[in-house]
Write a protein of this length. Structure first.
Length: 399
């Protein structure tokens, strides 16, 4: 009897093992994702939390759960993905910076009204016009100025017709003339006033400096007060090139360092200069600083707003780990490269860059000699990661 019972128990256990269970639905090598939202990845069947579609089973790859991204052979070919091995090389100690041409702030000036009145005519009306020093800018009608001119003429008349030992009539006339000069009348205008012996209804005012008009602040018919800005001018005979420097590059750059400036819009030409200013403050959010190069612009080639490339040269040579600049993905969060960890499998690695020479970048930390890195198509790999994981590869990485 005991023998029969043991046989029955064994039969029941064997049948139980052969029956499918709920746990057997979950396969360790299978993940479930949404065809519309591939960033959704679960280890069991269900519905997409975004669109509600049934999740489809896919075979897990090595990069699905560890922050890597897997590409197919076709993607590698279509994306022209190229790899290179990190190694040491000797290169000139030159740092390439991106910059922008700006106006020399020390050469900016304003044409302001020195007394109240109404602008009857404006001779310069648009920005970008070139204005020479002494050029007529506007005509102003001012009762205050007319009164001052009449006072000056009356003082001259008294000086010529009266003689007094009590009052210095000549000093009074000179004081009235000085008042007109302070209000912007030049010697020729004062001489015309004396010759005509009659104030004019409107008075012309002239540019105190030469330059390009950067803004027109007043219009014909406007009533302006003393100190009101009519025009703003900028002398572009000298311009600044403001270049951005990452904090990791500051140790390689010094004031008065020689530089070569190139304009992408004007290939084949270069201008030499020196760093004239280094901003003492660092932008904490972007971790960048600014340096300035002043350049002569006699031929007017440099236009404010132009992009520029600034190569800072020291003349030294050094050996270091380097990569082509196309391998490095730059952002305000830092610098990143894609390192191969298997067949068509890549993982993101944060790196600290150093000096740059021509098309190569020094890698100070994050990589070692022998690492295989994506050198062409790095941004395509980055886009594939964002598509599959639904986030930026730099998000959450230690920097």
């Amino acid at each position: 009897m005991r023998y029969v019972i043991m046989i029955l128990a064994a039969t029941v256990l064997l049948a139980a093992c052969q029956e499918p269970t709920a746990a057997s639905v979950i396969h360790s090598d299978t993940a479930y994702t949404c065809s519309m939202h591939p960033q959704v990845m679960q280890d069991r069947p269900g519905k997409c939390p975004i669109c509600g579609m049934e999740l489809a089973p896919v075979k897990k790859t090595a990069g699905m759960m560890d922050g890597s991204v897997q590409l197919s052979d076709q993607q590698m070919q279509l994306g022209s993905i190229r790899l290179d091995t990190v190694g040491s090389s000797s290169f000139g100690d030159r740092t390439v910076l991106t910059g922008t041409v700006t106006a020399d702030e020390t050469g900016t000036s304003t044409a302001s009204a020195r007394l109240s009145g109404r602008i009857e005519r404006l001779y310069v009306k648009t920005t970008g016009e070139l204005v020479h020093k002494g050029e007529k800018l506007y005509d102003l009608y001012s009762e205050e100025l007319n009164t001052a001119e009449q006072e000056y003429l009356l003082a001259l008349e008294r000086q010529e017709t009266l003689h007094s030992n009590v009052v210095d009539l000549k000093q009074l006339a000179e004081a009235a003339k000085s008042k007109l000069s302070l209000w912007g009348l030049n010697e020729a205008q004062v001489a015309d006033l004396v010759r005509m012996r009659k104030p004019q209804p409107v008075t012309s005012f002239y540019s105190p400096a030469g330059g390009v008009v950067t803004s027109v602040e007043a219009h014909e018919g406007d009533y302006v007060g003393a100190g009101t800005v009519v025009l703003r001018l900028s002398d572009l005979s000298t311009v600044w090139v403001q270049a951005q420097v990452y904090t990791s590059q500051l140790s390689e750059i010094s004031k008065d360092a020689p530089v070569l400036v190139r304009l992408p819009d004007i290939p084949g030409r270069g201008w030499t200069g020196r760093i004239s200013f280094m901003n003492p403050e660092v932008d904490q959010a972007a971790r960048i600083n600014e340096v300035r190069v002043a350049l002569r612009n006699g031929d007017g080639v440099f236009k404010p707003g132009m992009a520029a490339e600034v190569t800072v040269m020291s003349g030294r040579h050094q050996s270091a780990l380097t990569l082509p600049e196309t391998a490095v993905i730059r952002s305000t969060m830092g610098n990143m490269v894609w390192v191969a960890s298997g067949h068509n499998l890549f993982r993101p690695v944060m790196v600290e860059t150093g000096v740059e020479s021509e098309d190569r970048v020094e890698i100070r930390t994050g990589l070692k000699a022998g690492d295989i890195v994506v050198t062409e198509g790095a941004y395509l790999v980055n886009s594939e990661y964002s598509f599959k994981h639904g986030s930026d590869a730099m998000a959450g990485m230690n920097m």
